[in-house]
Design a protein around this ligand. Structure first.
Ligand code: GAP
Length: 437
């Protein structure tokens, strides 16, 4: 058997996702929709765990965090004020020979088309990435709306409502987890660049005086988060943007980057957005979005530090980081060494014979009732069952065997070490709680 490790590739991750039901190509039955994906059972659970741990980390960093859930559609006034209608463009170029379309900033136009080898480019045109639609039956200007390209604007547009319905004072943060849509010219690298995706965003409202310190505070907190969910330290780095990389709204940005097989790429953006957004929405809506400062006895428009990460991009990151291949019981195995916090299934329960189904099923039901996402796995050889659970990252498998009736213990088999130990049935819950902590 060849036990040499081969590099982790995107193809391996895509294949695992498909085989084990993490991710499906959306509308695959009809040929698929490019840049759009559906999530299966274990994929949905992994996403849930990502959202949960992200929210917990934000709340652990500050006591002044609110939540909101904005609509996916917003009228064009919002996108005029935010600058997205004018600035949210990618440069696009087509090959006149093979009709392939590219993002012009990702190509050297002095070179031939990577697809057909000819050098017949169209002019570079700017392409707005927002999805436009009309509300209601009429298609006039007044009915135009856009699917949001970022979740952040819903928070800014609701700033007045948030202030007046919560007893909050600057500084405080508002979190939101939800879908965003971008008509990417070239969706690629699976979940890395999608057309429909999900963001987790924190908008931290503060004064100009503390903005720089707050920016640094959140940069460090966010970096620390990836360690708590088990991402390897040497695969993560914080990189400050050069001036010419900054978005239209930002005066300082740092990216948390991950070392993907296709290079160091942005995983999360931390941006000091100044008071650009609230000032713009105040001007365009002609509403006062300032707050009163008790200390200086004057009003000011709050500044914002934003932390923004894609759920799907973090999903892909977690899979890359956890993916491993080794040899188990004489067989090649694929194992996802996911942090137990993220693991979709926390434990699998495996009876060795039919006689053991009933007593183990009782343990399974008790664990489910206690809130643990566990699986009862009774089909196939024990080796096959282990392989199945290893591939979805289940941290522990419990087998109930002949001795269990007498010693009231199960065997716990650790996913990473493959070591086995006897555990008292009464202690299983405690064992899992410890594992997930
Ligand atoms: N509100 C700020 C904002 O949207 P961004 O850098 O464009 O900033 C933030 O996006 C994060 O959203 C990115 O770091 C990435 O994790 C995720 N993201 C952005 N575009 C994406 C796409 N097309 N597919 C998947 N995730 C995406």
């Amino acid at each position: 058997m060849n036990t040499e490790k081969t590099p982790i590739t995107l193809e391996k991750i895509v294949s695992l996702c498909k085989r084990r039901g993490f991710v499906y190509q959306s509308a695959e039955l009809y040929g698929g929709l490019n840049g759009v994906y559906d999530f299966g059972h274990v994929g949905t659970l992994l996403k849930q765990n990502i959202r949960k741990s992200w929210l917990a980390s934000i709340n652990a960093a500050s006591d002044d965090i609110l939540m909101m859930e904005g609509a996916l559609l917003a009228p064009q006034e919002v996108w005029n004020a935010s600058g997205h209608l004018a600035n949210f463009n990618d440069p696009m170029v087509d090959c006149l020979n093979c009709k392939h379309r590219y993002r012009a900033d990702e190509l050297d136009l002095n070179k031939p088309c990577p697809h057909c080898g000819q050098k017949k480019w169209t002019d570079v045109r700017m392409f707005n990435m927002m999805f436009k639609t009309h509300l209601g039956a009429s298609e006039d200007q007044a009915s135009v709306a856009y699917l949001r390209p970022e979740t952040a604007q819903a928070i800014f547009v609701n700033f007045k409502n948030i202030i007046s319905t919560n007893r909050v004072k600057i500084p405080f943060g508002v979190t939101q987890i939800g879908k965003a849509f971008r008509n990417e010219i070239n969706p690629k690298q699976f979940l890395f660049r999608m057309r429909e995706f999900e963001q987790m965003e924190l908008e931290w409202f503060c004064s100009e005086k503390t903005a720089q310190t707050d920016f640094e505070f959140w940069s460090q907190k966010r970096l620390g988060f990836y360690e708590t969910i088990g991402i390897k330290k040497n695969n993560i780095r914080l990189r400050a943007h050069e001036k010419d990389e900054l978005s239209h709204y930002s005066s300082a940005t740092s990216d948390i980057e991950y070392q993907f097989p296709f290079g160091w790429k942005e995983l999360e953006g931390i941006a000091y957005r100044t008071n650009f957004d609230l000032t713009q929405h105040g001007n365009f809506s002609k509403k006062d979005l300032s707050v009163f400062d008790d200390e200086t006895k004057s009003s000011f428009v709050p500044h914002v530090v934003e932390c923004s990460v894609g759920v799907d991009r973090l999903f892909l990151t977690a899979l890359f980081d956890a993916y491993d291949e080794d040899v188990a019981e004489g067989e090649q195995r694929i194992v996802l060494r996911l942090s137990p916090i993220l693991a979709p299934i926390k434990a699998a329960l495996m009876p060795l014979t039919k006689k053991q189904v009933e007593p183990l099923e009782k343990i399974y039901r008790d664990l489910k009732r206690a809130g643990y996402m566990v699986q009862f796995d009774e089909s196939g050889s024990i080796g096959k069952r282990y392989r199945r659970q290893d591939e979805i990252g289940t941290p522990v498998c419990f087998t109930y065997d002949f001795e269990s009736e007498t010693d009231r213990c199960v065997t716990a088999r650790n996913r990473d070490t493959m070591q086995q130990e006897r555990i008292s049935i009464d202690k299983i819950e405690e064992y899992l709680a410890q594992l997930i902590k």
